[in-house]
Design a protein around this ligand. Structure first.
Ligand code: UDP
Ligand code: MG
Length: 205
């Protein structure tokens, strides 16, 4: 059956986060009472995450694996997930649990109100170095100077996209993809939901 919700996680060497990710996402999504699928995109992991995904997919048919032959990078991994997902709404989430799965319910609530792009807005960032925060803030300042597209600051790719938005983004041929910019550029009814970005559950950035 076609799922209502697709959860998409790019996974690159995340074996330490894997069980917790699956457990927390399952619990949250089961509580919606809707059909859902979990598109796990393995971006050329070398730590055994690939086998974990394959084994889980055998046990739980809601888990749909996309396995890359090598590392292509986060944006390409998420792009593949968007291509492959079938839900009426898709949620992009990091695999390291910096994006708390429980926030998905708030994203879904806004979607039910009629919003087609619901991005998660970071109000606090735990466990990130000053360099990461500084470089992120510098990046957005530069982006704001050079483009008219209003890309919300303090966001990542953690967001919900309605099927219409997913289909349009999938039809865009950009080779150097910046998904949070693309999802701002396409338009549609958009809103942010504040959340506290957690520290990485395990592993390294
Ligand atoms: N990731 C990926 N390919 C890469 C690097 C990262 O798919 O080449 C995934 C990673 O497993 C995680 C997400 O992208 O789910 C964000 O990566 P990370 O936590 O390293 O970035 P940060 O949170 O520090 O920006
Ligand atoms: Mg992270």
């Amino acid at each position: 059956m076609k799922p209502v919700f697709s959860i998409i996680a790019p996974i690159f060497n995340e074996k330490g986060c894997f069980d917790e990710l699956y457990h927390r996402v399952s619990e949250v999504m089961n509580s919606t009472g809707e059909e859902w699928e979990f598109v796990m995109v393995d971006d050329g992991s070398t730590d055994g995450s690939t086998d974990l995904i394959r084994e889980l997919a055998k046990k739980d048919k809601r888990v749909r694996p996309v396995i890359f032959a090598r590392n292509f990078g986060h944006q390409i991994a998420v792009t593949a997930g968007l291509d492959y997902c079938r839900g009426d709404a898709a949620v992009i989430i990091d695999a390291d649990l910096q994006d708390p799965p429980e926030v998905i319910l708030e994203l879904i609530a806004k979607w039910r109100e009629g919003y087609q792009v619901v991005y998660a807005l970071r109000t606090e960032r735990e466990g990130e170095t000053w360099f990461k925060k500084f470089s992120a803030s510098f990046f957005y300042k530069v982006i704001y100077r050079i483009t008219d597209v209003k890309i919300p600051m303090n966001t990542g790719d953690f967001r919900l996209l309605d099927r219409r938005v997913v289909d349009i983004m999938n039809s865009m041929r950009e080779r150097h993809r910046f998904l949070r910019g693309m999802s701002a550029w396409v338009g549609f009814k958009t809103i942010g939901v504040p959340y506290k970005r957690a520290a990485r559950f395990a592993g390294t950035t």
